[in-house]
Structure formats: structure tokens, C-alpha cells
Ligand binder design. Structure first.
Ligand SMILES: Cc1cc2nc3c(=O)[nH]c(=O)nc-3n(C[C@H](O)[C@H](O)[C@H](O)COP(=O)(O)OP(=O)(O)OC[C@H]3O[C@@H](n4cnc5c(N)ncnc54)[C@H](O)[C@@H]3O)c2cc1C
Length: 419
């Protein structure tokens, strides 16, 4: 058997987060390799639907060490733009990526970590887990109760409406993915029912500025993981109802209802082919409206205290209108619903990680990306890892800087001395 390759640091994953870390490590002259199971930007190439655009404007898609590309700061990238950006980034920073290399096991050794891949074994002193937080689509266990005639799909396998069987579609989940797909599928001519639980409303723009301008300027994106009241809850906050479109339009339950999408409550179970929905839809929507009002009030207060000039008058979105007759149950076959699309979130896959670092939910225990229970191991990417910005591409710049500094100090301290 060939002897293991040795390197100071192994980064697992060549998405934007792993590459940002690679740039930081190169800056600090730390010898490393980035192991990637597919190609650079693999998830954007293989796990997203065709029409998707980023919901963050271009001004929020910066990566460390990459020059401004002069693209329209207010535009929204298509998937091929994103793949191009990340690919160009890997080339610009000369990231030492080994593509087509799947990590199958990570274990601790006396002086660091052993990383087994389908193309050989590596040893390292420090490890960066940048394998993504959206590796698996969440599908509730009761999905098994669906009649065999109903096809199921997740946003990772959905590409366009052309893939779907004729007939109605039940989209489950009212966050960014669910509202975008409900709209697209409805426009393809299929009747769509959208099942909505807790959700986050956001207009595309407010007082003439993009919502991300507000969240950035008013400090929302800089709120730290150790400042929020309930970090577990905050990390599971649904993504906002937003879409990136050339028209900069808003999307919410009102716009969907107006084009004919049927809005129902949270899907609780499926029984004998009948889908049962929560009766709390109106309350859920009132709560989302209330939270939106609070957010916009916060923006107004910040703008007035910061003396921001040139803003349009406040233009709060209309309260959500839902039908008092929203059905509590639908017999899927009788209604002609032939597809259920689970837009119910994602989770990471750490089945290959043989380190004692997972909590009871299977999440990695960490303090702002410094993994607990495995010295010299770092986590990058994912919701509120360090700040609210961490959920977005732009968060990798600061997160990778802080964690690379920590990693550098760890190596310099001689614990887990370089291999
Ligand atoms: C549908 C969707 C839309 C989003 N829209 C936006 C948006 O508009 N704006 C925004 O800023 N963010 C957006 N995000 C969030 C975020 O930017 C992405 O989730 C992003 O892909 C995370 O980057 P990452 O580098 O952490 O992980 P990923 O891009 O997932 O990269 C992880 C890499 O690790 C590799 N990998 C995984 N396991 C292994 C293994 N065992 N061995 C080797 N390699 C492995 C994967 O192939 C992948 O290339 C969106 C996310 C989703 C799911």
C-alpha cells in the first residue's frame, strides 16, 4: 500500500468557502491541498435548477484576493455566472485543488489527522471542513406515505418544469426555494399548491434600495453568532422569500396568490393519499408580517440616526392575504396532484467524519468555526457560522481570515507540529 501524502492543512471542498480558505492559507505560506469530489464549484454545477439566479446582488458576491470584475453591482448572477466566477477564482489564486477526489473517512492520529479518499490517503496537522452545509435535501419521514403514483422530487434533482409529470404539483416549503419553484412551475401551466410553515418575508427593495443594501448598512449581516439569543434557532431560520431577477421584483405569498398559486398551511402528515395541513396558516403569516415590520422599523431608525439622505419614502409591503378557506386536507389523487416537490431545506452530510465532534442533531460542535473536540479542525460555510453574513458567499472573506489566523497560531504553537 502506498504511504500517505503529507501536508500541513487539508481543505475538504472546493466551493467558494474552501477556495477562500485556500487563498488565506497561501497568503500565510501554509502548505495545503484542497480535496474536491467533483469539479470546482461542484454544487453550483450539479445541484441547482436551471433558472436559478443568486438572490444576493453582485455587490455581495466578493471573494478575498479577487479583483472587482466590474459587473453590474445591482445585478443577480445566473448559475453559469456563479460557476464561472468560482472557477476563475480558483485559477486566479492558483488554489492547489485535487478534483475528482472524494473524502471517505477522516480520523485522528497521534499528531493530526488522516484523510482517506478514493484516490489515496493523506495526513495533515490541521483540517478545514468546507464540504458545504447543503449536501442532502431534507425530506420528512412521512414522505413514504405518499401514494406510489405521486412522484417526489427535491430542489437538488429538479431542473425545470419540463421534467415534471402532467398534472398538479404540491410544493412543500415557503422559503426562497419553495416560492421561486412554485412560481416557475405555475407559469409552466401546472396547477400549484404551496404548503407554507414558518417563513421570512422580505421585499426586494425598500425605500429605493435593495434589501441587502439595508441589511449590510444597518449592521444586520454583521450580527455575530455569540450575540444572538438562541443560536440553534437562529441557525435554522428559513431563507428569506426573495428572488434575484433582472426586474428586481419581489416575491411573496401575495404575488403567488395573485397569479393563482393555492397557498395552504404547513404539511403535517400524509394519510391514505390525503395530505393534511396545519390550520395555523393565517397566524404564521401574521407572525412573518410582524417580523418584517420590525425589520423595516429597524432600518428606518438606523437611517434616521445615521442621517442617511436621498431615501424614498417608506413603502412597507402589504400584509399577507391568505384565504380563510385554505384547505386543511387534500386528496392528492382526486385533485390530480402527481408530483410533490420537497423544498424543506437541506442538511450537511458528515457520514465520512470519524471524529467525536457531532452533536445529537448531527451538526458539528464549534465556536465560530473552531471545531470543539478536535484541535486544529475548522468549519467553514453555513448559516450564522460567525455572523449572519456567513450564510452568503460574501461571508467567506471575513470568516476565512479569522479562521486562517487561528489555524496559523495553532500551527505556530507547535501542537500538532507540521508533518
Ligand atoms: C438553492 C441555494 C441557493 C443559494 N443562493 C445563494 C445566494 O443567492 N447567495 C449566496 O450568497 N448564497 C446562496 N446560497 C448559499 C451558499 O452560498 C451555498 O450553499 C454555497 O454553495 C456554500 O458554499 P460552500 O463552499 O460552503 O459549500 P459548497 O458550495 O456546497 O461546496 C462544498 C464542496 O465540497 C465538496 N464535497 C462535499 N463532500 C465532499 C467529500 N466527502 N469529499 C470531497 N469533496 C466533498 C462538494 O462537492 C462541494 O464542491 C444558496 C444555497 C442554496 C442551496
Amino acid at each position: 500500500m502506498a504511504s500517505p501524502n503529507h501536508v500541513n492543512t487539508i481543505v475538504i471542498g472546493a466551493g467558494h468557502a474552501g477556495l477562500a480558505m485556500s487563498q488565506r492559507l497561501t497568503e500565510r505560506s501554509i502548505d495545503h491541498v484542497v480535496l474536491e469530489r467533483g469539479e470546482v464549484a461542484n454544487t453550483w454545477r450539479t445541484e441547482r435548477w436551471d433558472s436559478l439566479r443568486l438572490l444576493t446582488p453582485n455587490s455581495h458576491t466578493r471573494l478575498p484576493g479577487m479583483a472587482d470584475r466590474g459587473t453590474d453591482p445591482d445585478g443577480f448572477m445566473t448559475m453559469s455566472d456563479v460557476v464561472q466566477l468560482i472557477n476563475d477564482y480558483a485559477a486566479t489564486i492558483e488554489a492547489p485543488v485535487q478534483t475528482g477526489t472524494t473524502v471517505t473517512r477522516v480520523i485522528a492520529t497521534d499528531d493530526g489527522y488522516e484523510v482517506t479518499t478514493d484516490r489515496g490517503v493523506w495526513r495533515c496537522s490541521t483540517l478545514v471542513l468546507a464540504s458545504g452545509s447543503a449536501n442532502v435535501a431534507n425530506v420528512p419521514a412521512f414522505a413514504q406515505e405518499l401514494p406510489p403514483s405521486v412522484a417526489t422530487m427535491t430542489p437538488m434533482t429538479y431542473r425545470s418544469p419540463a421534467q415534471l409529470a402532467e398534472g398538479g404539483v404540491l410544493v412543500v416549503g415557503g422559503s426562497a426555494t419553495g416560492v421561486q419553484l412554485a412560481e416557475e412551475i405555475h407559469r409552466s401551466g401546472r396547477p400549484v399548491t404551496l404548503s407554507v410553515g414558518e417563513h421570512v418575508r422580505m421585499p426586494r427593495s425598500y425605500r429605493g434600495r435593495d434589501i441587502f443594501w439595508w441589511m449590510d448598512a444597518a449592521g444586520v449581516l454583521d450580527e455575530r453568532y455569540d450575540e444572538v439569543d438562541d443560536i440553534v434557532r437562529a441557525r435554522h431560520t428559513p431563507s428569506p422569500q426573495l428572488v434575484g431577477s433582472p426586474e428586481h421584483r419581489s416575491i411573496d405569498l401575495n404575488t403567488l396568490g395573485e397569479i393563482g398559486v393555492e397557498i395552504v398551511g404547513r404539511l403535517g402528515s400524509v394519510n391514505d393519499g390525503v395530505a393534511l395541513f396545519s390550520g395555523a396558516l393565517a397566524n404564521t403569516c401574521r407572525l412573518a408580517d410582524l417580523k418584517l415590520t420590525r425589520l423595516l422599523d429597524r432600518f428606518d431608525q438606523w437611517a434616521s440616526s445615521a442621517g442617511v439622505e436621498g431615501l424614498a419614502e417608506p413603502d412597507p409591503p402589504r400584509p399577507t392575504v391568505v384565504s380563510a378557506d385554505a384547505p386543511l386536507s387534500i386528496d392528492l389523487r382526486r385533485r390530480g396532484i402527481n408530483t410533490v416537490l420537497w423544498a424543506t431545506g437541506y442538511r450537511p452530510d458528515y457520514s465520512w467524519l470519524g471524529l467525536p465532534v457531532l452533536d445529537y442533531r448531527g451538526r458539528i460542535r464549534n465556536e465560530g468555526g473552531v471545531v470543539q473536540g478536535a484541535p486544529g479542525v475548522y468549519l467553514l460555510g453555513g448559516s450564522l457560522l460567525r455572523t449572519r453574513r456567513s450564510s452568503y458567499i460574501s461571508g467567506a472573506a471575513e470568516d476565512s481570515r479569522v479562521l486562517a489566523d487561528h489555524l496559523h497560531s495553532y500551527l505556530a504553537s507547535g501542537v500538532g507540529s507540521p508533518t
